[in-house]
Design a protein. Structure first.
Length: 346
């Protein structure tokens, strides 16, 4: 990969366009987290220190008719320590976005921890062009503006679903320092590349990788895995195949953090909710922070929500799926081939 070179006027134009794309408007999103008046739902303070778990910032996006899928995904990946920003693109209606925001605002857990937000002003997103990249960068900028106390940025679509609890390509996980480099850095490289990738098809698949490999402070800091499980057709199409119950065992065995794609309300999602996330029919994924108990964990459709009462949100206890993920990550970072030459220049 060659380092790209641009003339001065392109750099100035890129700076202006980047500022317009990444400008965070204070009224462009609705606060989903509103402090609860009920003292029984008092939040526990988030602890930040060397021995504490990391904080993840999630950018969860979808299109028209996918509000319920986004809400289900949010509940599946929810943890009080994390930050969440939800976005429905311009193919959705204002009433859909309003319903999503009201669903967040009416949830007792989301209200208590005030860590879920919904974008109120929508914009068009075309995954084959640069608009999906601009939307992702804008989402990252908003998350930095809301609160910059997080460690890692994760982008998910409504077709994703977690296959591990929260204890313990175009899909990526980025460090906060790198996100700040792309959004706020005085270095013109991210803006120059943004100008270039505005005319590149599927720019989301190569923009961040190109910035990393052309930024000395981030070169060779990557692991060649997006921690997602998916299956391609032969020959591959534009999207992975839809997953179902026949893929469940391999999906869990993979140790991946997320899987895609799923049909809405597919039975395998209920299987993941029950066996992995221990999520009730309308609740969030259960973690060590939940102090409630499931009285009948073998029920076909769990109706109780043990997360409605909680203890220390700063304590985690990885289950079997979390341990598989830890093994996968350990294997990836111990591979000697990953310690050098991750960015190859030709």
């Amino acid at each position: 990969m060659r380092q790209l070179r641009f003339s001065t006027w392109i750099g100035i134009a890129a700076f202006i366009i980047g500022a317009l794309i990444l400008g965070v408007l204070s009224h462009s999103f609705l606060h989903g987290g509103i402090p609860a008046a009920d003292p029984g739902f008092r939040a526990v303070a988030l602890s930040r220190g060397p021995g504490d778990p990391p904080v993840f910032a999630y950018w969860i996006s979808g299109t028209g008719g996918e509000g319920e899928k986004i809400l289900r995904l949010l509940k599946a990946v929810y943890h009080p320590r994390n930050r969440y920003l939800l976005h429905l693109d311009a193919d959705s209606t204002a009433s859909e976005r309003r319903r999503l925001a009201l669903s967040v605002q009416s949830d007792k857990i989301f209200k208590a921890f005030a860590n879920v937000y919904v974008v109120g002003k929508s914009y068009a997103v075309d995954r084959t062009g640069s608009s999906v990249l601009a939307a992702t960068l804008n989402g990252a900028a908003v998350l930095l503006k809301i609160n910059s106390d997080w460690d890692w940025f994760i982008n998910l679509s409504s077709s994703d679903y977690p296959v591990v609890t929260q204890d313990g390509s175009p899909w990526l996980i980025l460090s906060r320092s790198f996100v700040e480099h792309c959004v706020h850095s005085w270095d013109n490289l991210p803006r120059k590349l943004l100008m270039y990738f505005a005319n590149v098809a599927y720019s989301m698949e190569s923009y961040f990788q190109t910035v990393i490999c052309n930024s000395p402070e981030f070169q060779n800091t990557t692991v060649n895995s997006d921690l997602r499980y998916f299956i391609w057709d032969d020959p591959p199409g534009l999207d992975p195949l839809f997953l179902n119950q026949s893929h469940y065992k391999e999906m869990i065995k993979s140790g991946a953090a997320f899987a895609r794609r799923f049909m809405e309300d597919d039975r395998v999602l209920k299987q993941i909710d029950k066996k992995i996330l221990r999520r009730s029919s309308n609740g969030v994924g259960v973690g060590k922070w939940c102090s409630g108990q499931l009285s009948s964990p073998k029920k076909k459709d769990l109706e109780e929500d043990p997360s409605l009462t909680w203890g220390d949100i700063n304590v985690v206890m990885p289950g079997p799926s979390g341990k598989r993920l830890r093994s996968l990550v350990s294997e990836l970072i111990s591979d000697e081939r990953l310690h050098s030459n991750r960015c190859k220049f030709t």
